[in-house]
Structures are given as C-alpha cells and as structure tokens.
Design a binder for this molecule. Structure first.
Ligand code: SF4
Length: 412
C-alpha cells in the first residue's frame, strides 16, 4: 500500500494578496518523515499548484492507500494556520477515495536521526525564495536545510518547543554541508537555514560555518538564517559570512526596552541593537529586522518607538508583525486568562490573510494595532532614505520591485 505524504496548499489563506512575494519552501520535515517509509511519495500541493481535485486525481493515479499530512510549514506557528487545510485534505480524500489521512501537528520523528535530504522526492524547480532574499540575484531557486532543532531560549510568545517536543539539539555539521552540496548540485544557491536560532556562538555552529567555508561552495551561496542580538559576536559574524550566509534575521521585536525585556526576548538595550546591526552590516551580511506591534503594554507611543527604531536601523528588509497568541505559548495562556477573544480558525492566525484576527493590547484594540502595522509597512518601504540605500546596495531593479510591493493593498 503506497503512502502519500501531503503538504496542503494554504498559500492564499495564509498570504492573501502578497502570496506572490512569499517563498515556496521546501517541505523539509515532510520529506524527512517520508524517507522513513520505503516506497512512499511526497505530494507538495503548494509547489505543484494542486487544488483538491488535482490532489484526488494525483492520489488516484498513484493508487495511494494511505495519506499523511504534517500540518506545519517551515515555522512552527504555521502548524496552527495549516490545521484547517489539513482537515480539508482529510475530508476530500476520504470522501473521494475512501483513504484515511493521518494528521500530525507536532514533529512525529527525530530529524537528527533522519539522515540526508533526498531532493529527488520533490519538484525542486518549483521552490521559490522570498522576494527580499533574491534581491540582487539572478534567480529565486530555493532550498533549505537545518543544523539544529528547537531553541535554548524561552520567549513568551513562542511555541517552538511544543512543535519539536524537544529542547535545543544540534545536527552533525557534516550532514548540513552535504545537504547544501546536494542543493547546489540541483542548481539551488538561495538557501534557508531553517534553525529557529542558527547564529549561536557555540562549537557546533562554528563547525557548520567552517565546513561550509571549506566546501568550496560558499562564494556561490546566498543563505539566510535566524540570529539574536545577544548571540552573535564579531568572530561568528565573520565566519558566517565566509560560510555563504548573506542575510541574518534578528528578532528585535520592540523599540521600547521595557516591553522587549517583558517579553523575555532578552534584556538587550537599543544601543546594543544598533551596535549589532552595524556590526552585521560591516561583516557584509544584510539584516532582516523582525518587529512586533501589540504587546500587552503597547500603546501608540511605544509602537511609534518601534517603527522609529526600525527606520533608524535601516535594515535591508523589515518584517512587521502583530503580536499573536499561538496555542502552546505562555502568552496564549496569559491572554486566555485575561478573557481575550482569541483566533479560532487557522487563517485567523495568518498575518497577511484577509481573515487575520489580531489580539488587543491593554490600551488598543486588535483592529487599531493591525492598522498601525499596515501603515508602518508602507512608511518603512516608501521612505526615500531607505530606497536610496537599497539602490546603492542592490540597484534600481530591486527598488522597482520594492515600489511594486508597496502598491499591493493587503486589505480592501
Ligand atoms: S529566540 Fe526565537 S525561537 Fe527561541 S524561544 Fe525566542 S522567539 Fe522562540
């Protein structure tokens, strides 16, 4: 009996009108899970552009007798958003083909024991990098690998441990280099290092960087990875750049130090944020700044502080999110205890979805916070100084792409 491992297509629900700018990501966890079942097949509905009718036809032609869905994207919060899509797959294939679908919304295997990624299981040409990741590059061919699972930190709004069912553990550095080599052999140099937090100054991360630097591949690589303001050092940054890491995403979260410290994101100061962003740029690595609006203590003054800090830092890309209470996080429990009306449906957790349901702060409604977030995005990406910097760094083509991005109205 053939088992089909299915990635549902929740793209439009999750991203709405900006779906075309978002990445189509290699389903790494699904692929590794499938590799444990000989003769199984991976059906990536998103990459293959399959709707439910297409899925039914595909499973019928494969004569599949069992279906497995991992209700997750590359980020653990996506498992909340994808739950509905997984249920829809179960309903459709059950009704049309009488096939039972097993749904997992937590990792049901140990990725550190799963071996190398078998890229032949998926249509590699269909994967596409985020728009910003491809700035200044000729192509958007995209892949991913990982060097660790889970995270050694404990931020209130984060649910990564719930997803992995594990604390922070690192993979064999040689396996990471071999995954990257296989991706390059498949024509992919834009790569996501999927680790929840890759840039930690520890021997395992140094070994991965040293391995990539010694592989002869690094000059071609355009890797992005997550970092924290309090986990990078000048030596590590230099090593990461030599390993082909060209973008680091930092969770800066708030421009207000008290609010940032309250979210257990770290007691680092704005001065430290400025230093680390400058240090990262000086190492030749572009910065993605991640900022959040709508912490419980946030009001219009503190949210403005956050936007002002983002503009001052002049990150090459900035993600602006509304704080969201994901089940499994401490913040979710706190909001529930406060009696806040929390999202119920998967798409209500999706930041760019028209159905996104933002949660309130003590002083502001969810709707006000969302309006500020949307306005902040426009203010940041239409700023003349920012656009001039981007023209110098990436050229006029990138600036034209950014201008086109700001013409998209997320809502309405
Ligand atoms: S550092 Fe990032 S991944 Fe780790 S707990 Fe905090 S938010 Fe989650």
């Amino acid at each position: 009996m053939l088992t089909a491992f299915i990635k549902p297509n929740a793209k439009m629900d999750q991203y709405g009108k900006v779906a075309g700018l978002s990445a189509i990501e290699l389903p790494v966890w699904l692929m590794l899970f499938a590799q444990s079942v000989p003769g199984s097949v991976v059906v990536d509905m998103e990459a293959e552009g399959l709707d439910h009718a297409g899925l039914v036809a595909r499973l019928g032609s494969l004569k599949a007798g069992r279906a497995v869905v991992l209700a997750t994207g590359s980020h653990p919060s996506a498992h909340v958003q994808q739950a509905e899509a997984a249920q829809a797959v179960r309903r459709v294939v059950g009704e049309a083909l009488g096939i039972t679908t097993e749904i997992h919304d937590r990792l049901p295997f140990d990725p550190l024991k799963a071996g190398q990624l078998d890229l032949a299981r998926v249509p590699m040409v269909k994967y596409r990098a985020h728009n910003w990741h491809g700035w200044g590059r000729d192509d958007l061919a995209y892949g991913a690998t990982f060097a660790s699972i889970s995270c050694p930190f404990h931020c209130d709004f984060c649910c990564v441990k719930d997803f992995y069912g594990s604390g922070y553990r690192q993979r064999d550095p040689g396996a990471v280099v071999e995954d990257v080599r296989a991706l390059v052999e498949n024509g992919v140099t834009n790569i996501k290092m999927m680790d929840e937090l890759f840039a930690i100054d520890n021997p395992g991360v140094h070994a991965v960087c040293d391995g990539l630097a010694a592989s002869g591949l690094a000059d071609r690589l355009n890797i992005w990875a997550y970092a924290r303001i309090d986990t990078v050092t000048p030596v590590l940054l230099k090593k990461m750049r030599a390993a082909g890491i060209r973008w680091l995403a930092y969770g800066i979260e708030s421009g207000n130090e008290a609010i940032r410290a309250g979210a257990a994101k770290g007691a680092f100061t704005n001065a430290r944020v400025r230093d680390v962003v400058a240090m990262t740029k000086a190492a030749g690595i572009h910065v993605v700044g991640n900022f959040m609006f709508g912490f419980w203590e946030d009001d219009s003054v503190t949210m403005r502080q956050t936007l002002d800090l983002a503009k001052e830092l002049a990150c090459e890309y900035a993600n602006f999110y509304c704080v969201t209470a994901y089940p499994g996080s401490r913040f979710y429990d706190e909001m529930k205890a406060r009696g806040v009306d929390l999202p119920a449906a998967g798409a209500e957790y999706a930041q760019m979805s028209p159905r996104f349901k933002p949660v309130p702060s003590a002083k502001l409604s969810g709707r006000d916070i969302l309006a500020f977030r949307d306005a902040a995005f426009m203010e940041y990406f239409t700023d003349a100084q920012y656009l001039a910097m981007m023209a110098r760094s990436f050229g006029d083509g990138t600036v034209a792409g950014i201008r086109a991005m700001t013409k998209i109205k997320i809502r309405g």
